[in-house]
Design a protein around this ligand. Structure first.
Ligand SMILES: [Zn+2]
Length: 431
């Protein structure tokens, strides 16, 4: 397939921003220039639109194998493509979990056959994600995991976490940690505070995150492991990470679109689609998270896409599972609340959603001649109303349903193949 993208504003991910045409020849970017004309190529008119390096989501739950009623690799990657993502890293809390090379191979094979974007499996740190016995990391690495995590099942024993990090360092594997001290989060279902008290719901205090984060920083310092903090949610966490970076600890961090834009006030109507871990916090936390992004304390925006069925969420608030279906609203949420308001630039969005997550995962990304054509074309000014029923994801659990947002993904191109086009039904065909 040969494609020419004409007249778009190209942000290349390496600091460049200019109006240019891009010529993609069988998966590879062949030219970036003014007025490119090529015979027998598909021409995409991107006048008034941004042409960006494909988004990379470091934190996606694809649910397959084991929870196909919530999502499959097919629907999850279709959802990713609709959200402008060209690569997703998927978490290992499947059934069976991704804790052996067999499951890594399975996920890779299904992704190859049915996936429409690139899928990078994340392996478990401990067998069965039980926090007891460490996985065979050499084998996992050889099978192709990009990182290790027991996301959602935090390793409570500091001794075991230290062993995980010691081996992780040996195999040069990124350690992604969901920071939660279970003895502090307990039965909590939302942020501890006035609103939880008013609603009569059990709270999750900020210390549940910060205590575990502090421990993990100390262990990363002791072992030299590469630590990545998943879904940072509190002001105190931002301060801990900032200090660790100043001290030279090998640490990176991500924040989700929902933690950057919503607070625990969203829980007022007991909408279970606002139930997420870590919980939505307060305005002060949101401001600290944005500040952390802007000063480089937080490196990446990741969705923590956690699809659930309607029945899963159609229960009382304290019974509902945690999670938000986030791939299809990530760009428009960030564009609406942070870019269009002038808080960050589109170039910064590209760093947080495309370049930095790629760098942390050790994959290449960015628009330059000779590079793989992983590209997203977005219209930043078009307004739309979020309709969860239109999601490609099986997970309709979004707190943004009915909200007016700005910014629409027009095309997602993965390795030179158009994998999503707005308003067009799409079947996976290799050309
Ligand atoms: Zn998590």
């Amino acid at each position: 397939m040969r494609i020419v993208i004409k007249n778009g504003i190209v942000i290349d991910g390496f600091g460049g921003e200019e109006k240019a045409d891009i010529f993609i020849n069988y998966g590879i970017i062949k030219g970036i220039d003014k007025n490119i004309d090529v015979s027998d190529a598909i021409v995409i008119d991107a006048e008034g639109k941004y042409v960006l390096p494909g988004f990379v989501d470091m934190h996606t739950h694809l649910r397959q194998p084991g929870f196909e009623e919530k999502e499959t690799i097919k629907t999850g990657t279709e959802s990713a493509a609709a959200g402008g993502f060209t690569t997703v890293a998927c978490m290992p809390n499947t059934n069976p979990p991704i804790d052996s090379e067999v499951v890594v191979e399975y996920v890779k094979a299904v992704a190859q056959r049915e996936g429409v974007v690139k899928v990078l499996p994340i392996g478990a740190m401990t067998k069965g994600m039980k926090g007891e016995e460490i996985t065979e990391m050499a084998k996992l690495k050889k099978a192709g995991v990009v990182a290790l995590s027991d996301d959602g099942f935090p390793i409570m024993s500091a001794g075991i976490m230290k062993r995980v990090m010691t081996y992780g360092k040996m195999y040069d594997l990124l350690m992604i940690t969901h920071c939660e001290d279970k003895t502090l989060s307990g039965e909590g279902v939302m942020n501890s505070g006035i609103i939880a008290t008013m609603l009569g719901l059990k709270g999750i205090p900020r210390e549940a995150e910060e205590v575990m984060l502090a421990r993990n920083i100390i262990l990363a310092k002791a072992t030299g492991a590469k630590l990545h903090i998943a879904h940072v949610s509190t002001k105190g966490s931002v301060e801990l990470i900032r200090r660790a970076k100043e001290e030279g600890v090998s640490i990176t961090a991500e924040v989700t679109p929902h933690h950057l834009t919503l607070t625990d006030e969203a829980v007022y109507n007991y909408d279970t689609n606002t139930k997420v871990f870590p919980p939505l916090r307060t305005r002060e936390d949101v401001e600290a998270l944005i500040e952390g992004l802007k000063d480089g304390t937080i490196d990446a925006i990741a969705t923590d896409h956690a699809p659930h069925t309607k029945d899963d969420k159609k229960v009382p608030y304290d019974m509902a599972p945690f999670g938000i279906s986030g791939l299809e609203t990530a760009f428009s949420v960030i564009n609406t609340f942070l870019v269009q308001t002038g808080i960050i630039t589109m170039k910064a969005l590209v760093n947080y959603m495309s370049m930095n997550p790629a760098r942390i995962l050790g994959i290449s990304n960015g628009i330059r001649v000779g590079a793989t054509a992983d590209i997203v074309i977005v219209n930043p000014h078009e307004e739309y109303t979020v309709d969860k029923e239109k999601f490609k994801s099986k997970g309709k659990n979004t707190p943004y349903h009915g909200m007016k947002l700005k910014g629409v993904v027009e095309y997602t191109i993965v390795e030179g193949q158009i994998r999503y086009q707005k308003n067009k039904k799409f079947e996976k065909v290799e050309i």
